[in-house]
Each structure stands twice: as C-alpha cells, then as structure tokens.
Design a protein around this ligand. Structure first.
Ligand code: GDD
Ligand code: MN
Length: 366
C-alpha cells in the first residue's frame, strides 16, 4: 500500500479553477490515499466558501488566513496544517497539470527527499511565454545557480510544483520572501536526494496571475537574504581580505628574493617562488579563517584541498607571472597596475571555484 500524502494548494481568488482542479486530481490518483489542503488568503471571490461546499464531494478542506500575507507564507503555514509526512505543493490555476502528480509522488516513493516537477528537463517546458518572461526566468535561475551552489542540484529551482518529505525541513527556519519556496528549501533544507521529473507549464485559462514587478523585486531580496544566511557574502568578503594579504605576501617575497642584497635572483624564478608562497599563505588563511565553518579536519582533506586550491590558482598565477615578467623585460614600471587587474579577475574565479569545490557546504549532499 503506497503511503498517504498531502496536496497543498495556496489560493487567492481562484474560484473558477477549484472544481475543475479537484475533478482532475481525483481522476489522476485512483486508489491513492491523500488529502487536498487549500490555504486561502481570504479571497474576495468566494473561493473558500466554494471549497467548503465541495468538501462533501471531494477529499478537500480549506484553511483561511485573514489579511493577505502572500504565497510563500501561505505554503509554510500549510506545512503545519498538512496531515501527512509527504507534502506536494502546486498552484490552483491548472498551470500545473494534476496528471503530473503521480510521477512526482513516485519519485518520493522511490526515495527522493525532494521531487521537482521541472520545466527544464527533457520532456518539460513552458507554453505561451513571452520572450520577456523567458529571459527574466533564465536570468533568475542563472543568478541562483551562480550564487547558491546547492540550487544547482536542479535545473528548475523556481518551480512552484514539487513534493518533499517533512524531514527536509525539520529544525530548519524557512524565511522566504516572495514566491520561491522551493529555492528556499533547496538552500536551507536538509535534502540529500533531489530529483526532477518533466512537466509542461501551460497558460492560465481562468482568473488572473498575481505575478507582478513586485515579485521580481522580492526575488532579488530573497536571493540576497539566502546568500547572507548561507554565508556567501561573509565568505566572499573574507576571501577578498585574504586575497589582499596574498598580494602583499607576493610582492614582499618578490622584493626580498629579486631586489634585495645578495639574493638578487632572476625575476622569473623569484616570482615563481613568491607566487607559490602567497598561494600557501592564502590557503592557510582561507582554511582556518574564511571557510573555518566548512573546514573538515584531517591531513587527507588538508592535502587534497591544498592540491585543489593550487590547481584553481593556476590560471591566475600564470597570468600574474606572464604579465609581470613581460612588463619587467620591457622596463615599464607600471607592471604593478597590470598585475592588480589580473589579480582581481583571478580572484573572482578563485572564489567561485573554491567555494564550490574546495570548501563546499557540508550538509547538502551534492
Ligand atoms: N494564499 C495565497 N496568498 N495564495 C496566493 C497568493 C497569496 O498572496 N498569491 C498567489 N497565490 C496562489 C494563486 O492563487 C495560485 O494558486 C498560485 O499561488 C500561483 O499564483 P499565480 O499568480 O498563478 O503565479 P504564477 O503563475 O505567476 O507563478 C507560478 O509559476 C512560477 C514559475 O514561473 C508559481 O508557481 C510560482 O511559484 C512559480 O515560481
Ligand atoms: Mn499561475
């Protein structure tokens, strides 16, 4: 006997969609045990009254919240009201076809902690989207993937159609701003096994979309809030500090080995050694300061991460070495300025590569 689950549907002025939605849900799930829980923000069009009437005929009920508080908070309140251990979230407006529910739930039955109905895997897509909507959606996903590594586990972290096991959010404080509750769960939750199943996001036929420029602004706020809570901003700031110290170590060593008294080594050798010494000092500082919270103990990790760090530093180091040696040979003293530009570019790369692979987040399982 497959496990029972809760279908959680936030609503605001969706009266015309409720009965077609319930009819299609019931038709799509023969022989399954489930409840349909609507969380309505006191709709003005009689949505909640209709659901109450239909609850005699369908396995549905509604919780009404006074004072409209928004989509994400409706969904989070719903987590507390839902009866079952597996919760599926979807929209009421039929843009999420109920016929897709079985494949999402099957992924959970097969062991996924989160299963996402995705527009961005083969077989999935969107229908009737303007070029503008496509570009903003691509941009939103790119930003999330760039700044929040744990969102890279899915191609469609913006989907509002997904299911999960309660254990994913146990002990986790969810604080989304706006619409993107799945993104919030991917980044702050405890999911190890995440799967995507395809679906086609179809145009809305009845009622109105509540999406507006307000949601775009809220998305930017949400992204920043997740970056802050996830430590990305602190990590980046500390990484830059350490990078700056590395510039001093690098130039200081170069000066000692190349310019000073008896040493007077050839610039090519002196720079090579200066660069490596600054890589070592950067590594130590990043390991015990910048990423102290992700630091894994043990010599094995220390050495493996040191190798990784050197590998990622290679492009920047090569750039540094080539520019400095070349400019020094032409006798131009402004080589330090060029050196700084090269170092800045290298630092962006170094940060993203190392926060992704060298000091990756501990509990995301990716
Ligand atoms: N309770 C409550 N309160 N429900 C709301 C609110 C609110 O303030 N605002 C919207 N809803 C409900 C709607 O009634 C609908 O069931 C669902 O949330 C989605 O709202 P739409 O207005 O239809 O959103 P959308 O189609 O633009 O956005 C959907 O697709 C996006 C991906 O393109 C949502 O699923 C988003 O989560 C998703 O990111
Ligand atoms: Mn919609």
């Amino acid at each position: 006997m497959p496990e029972a689950f809760s279908i959680l549907i936030p609503t605001y002025n969706e009266r015309e969609n409720i009965e077609p939605l319930l009819t299609r849900i019931v038709a799509a799930l023969p022989g399954r045990d489930y409840e349909v829980l609507f969380v309505d923000d006191d709709s003005k069009d009689g949505t909640a009254e209709l659901i109450n009437r239909l609850s005699a005929k369908y396995p549905a009920r509604v919780e009404v919240r006074k004072n409209k508080k928004g989509l994400a908070s409706a969904v989070i309140d719903g987590f507390g009201w839902a009866k079952h251990d597996t919760i599926l979230v979807m929209d009421a407006d039929l843009q999420h076809p109920p016929e897709v529910i079985p494949s999402v739930i099957t992924a959970i039955d097969e062991g996924a902690d989160i299963a996402v109905a995705s527009r961005r895997v083969p077989g999935g897509g969107t229908n009737g989207w303007s070029t503008f909507r496509k570009i903003t959606s691509d941009g939103a996903i790119m930003l999330a993937h760039l700044f929040l590594p744990s969102s890279r586990r899915v191609k469609d972290p913006m989907s509002g159609f997904f299911a999960f096991r309660r254990r994913v959010i146990e002990g986790v404080t969810l604080a989304p701003i706006g619409y993107k509750i799945l993104l919030e769960m991917l980044v702050t939750g405890k999911a190890k096994n995440v799967r995507e199943v395809p679906f086609m996001f179809v145009p809305r036929e009845k009622g109105k979309s509540k999406l507006s420029i307000k949601q775009e602004i809220e998305y930017a706020q949400h992204l920043l809030s997740l970056m802050r809570r996830n430590g990305v901003i602190t990590h980046f700031f500390k990484f830059c500090l350490v990078g700056a110290s590395g510039v001093i170590v690098n130039n200081g060593m170069l000066w000692l080995l190349h310019d000073q008294g008896k040493a007077n080594w050839d610039i090519r050798l002196a720079l090579l050694i200066a660069i490596e010494i600054s890589i070592v000092s950067n590594y130590l500082l990043n390991n015990y300061f910048t990423f102290a919270d992700r630091h894994k103990p043990g010599l094995k990790h220390f050495l493996a991460n040191f190798l990784r760090f050197n590998l990622f530093s290679l492009p920047g180091a090569a750039l540094n070495w080539v520019t400095t040696v070349m400019l020094t040979n032409t006798g131009n003293l402004s080589y330090l300025v060029f050196n700084m530009v090269g170092i800045a570019a290298a630092m962006m790369w170094n940060f993203f590569a190392n926060s992704r692979w060298t000091w990756k987040k501990l509990n995301t399982g990716d």
